[in-house]
Design a protein around this ligand. Structure first.
Ligand code: GLU
Length: 411
């Protein structure tokens, strides 16, 4: 039989995040105790008012516009302008079935090369690969909070011949849980070299200190803001994301709309109607409680795992830690994660999935393995959380971190 799959596609593996989610579930189902620290998904419920809106709109059965429902785009632009200090109009917004799909289409249409900080989320590089875009990595360090410094960025740009460069920046960061502290410095280098920035802000509302800053404030003319419902609203499975593409990048926006129309047509109508509520409503009480729990759980995991043998940067937002086990000696970080899973039941993702050298004994830990509905409902009124709350509402975090600590001590 002649070959059916293109060489380029044949060498791809299922996305690491989705694969670890399915493998963790499979092992649990087979009776093994698994601490599900591999996949990064909000453990919290979708706010009731938004769920109700979905129910009320279940009968919406027509295709909506390829760019997305106008009312939703207005709600998103207003939300960004109010909370993110932007100046977007509804014309700048494109709605997609999750930002992942929009990023993929952007890679397909973009004529140029891709610049990724290492570590970066698992799908940026494979998407670039599928779209045949050349990727350049900037290896970052924990000393700069796992973000490139302006100097590193400038040096890298100078080594690239291509004029069109698309830089991905994700703060709060997946996989490190850290925040980029020199957005201004990065923006000024980007401006000088006319980079396009794709600012992945999917965790922005989960910034623990509540003072989120977007690079789009310093470089509005060529920054695309990417976000959606998945993380702040606990609605990953609803698959709704957006890009806000400023007027100077209109060419990209128009082309993206065409690719939307030729791929998914338009996003599920009931979900778009419900999302209006998500962006118009006041969810500050919910968000404050969610952030309080995540910050508490993240800090507990950080404090209890870090040691002179385990390096971790303090979490600042989102729900990840990026521990380095300095005394681990395995052929690769992926072999290390297999050993951890076998011996402790803790599922992690290796640093190599995020663009780090596989010899670095580092892994991503998602501290979301708890029942967020229960945790939220029982602590909504309390000002301060303590370790007793954690033992009660997030026992897998306590036990999984202990197991991991014991594993690292036994090396
Ligand atoms: N962003 C999540 C993660 O990194 C899961 C969603 C995905 O990768 O598609 O684990």
């Amino acid at each position: 039989m002649s070959k059916l799959i293109k060489d380029q596609i044949k060498i791809l593996k299922p996305s690491a995040t989705l694969a670890i989610n399915e493998e963790s579930k499979r092992l649990s189902k087979n009776g093994k105790k698994i601490f599900k620290f591999g996949f990064g998904q909000s453990p919290f419920p979708i706010p009731d008012s938004i769920v109700l809106e979905l129910k009320n709109n279940a009968q919406k059965n027509t295709y909506l516009s390829m760019q997305g429902l106008e009312e939703l785009r207005i709600a998103i632009a207003n939300d960004l302008n109010k909370n993110n200090g932007n100046n977007f109009s509804e014309e700048d917004i494109v709605i997609g079935p999750g930002t992942k799909e929009l990023m993929f289409l952007m890679q397909i249409l973009f004529q140029g090369e891709i610049l990724l900080p290492a570590p970066s989320w698992v799908s940026y590089q494979p998407q670039a690969f599928i779209a045949k875009n050349k990727v350049h990595w900037i290896q970052t360090k924990n000393s700069s909070n796992w973000f490139p410094t302006p100097e590193q960025l400038e040096d890298k740009i100078k080594s690239i011949k291509e004029k069109n460069i698309l830089l991905f920046l994700n703060s709060p960061n997946n996989p490190s849980g850290t925040i980029c502290e020199d957005l201004e410095g990065i923006a000024s280098v980007a401006k000088k070299h006319k980079l396009i920035i794709l600012s992945d802000e999917i965790y922005s509302y989960l910034t623990f200190d509540d003072k989120y800053k977007s690079i789009s404030n310093f470089y509005p003319e060529r920054t695309i803001v990417s976000s959606g419902l998945s993380k702040w609203c606990g609605a990953g499975g609803w698959r709704l994301g957006f890009f806000a593409i400023p007027e100077p990048l209109k060419e990209l926006r128009d082309s993206l709309k065409i690719l939307c129309s030729e791929s998914f047509s338009s996003v599920s109508a009931p979900i778009q109607f419900a999302a209006i509520k998500a962006y118009r409503g006041d969810h500050s009480i919910y968000l404050k409680a969610v952030r309080k729990i995540l910050a508490f759980v993240g800090n507990y995991a950080y404090e209890n795992l870090k040691s002179n043998l385990v390096n971790i940067t303090k979490p600042q937002g989102g729900f990840y830690l990026f521990p380095e086990f300095t005394n681990a000696k395995f052929a690769s970080s992926s072999e290390m994660c297999k050993d951890i899973l076998n011996k402790t039941g803790v599922a992690l993702l290796p640093g190599s999935d995020f663009g780090l050298n596989s010899s670095k004994m580092i892994a991503r830990l998602s501290y979301t393995d708890f029942d967020g509905t229960n945790f939220l409902n029982n602590t909504l009124g309390s000002n301060k959380l303590d370790n007793a709350d954690l033992k009660k509402y997030a026992p897998n975090i306590v036990d999984g971190i202990n197991a991991l600590k014991e594993w690292s001590n036994s090396l």
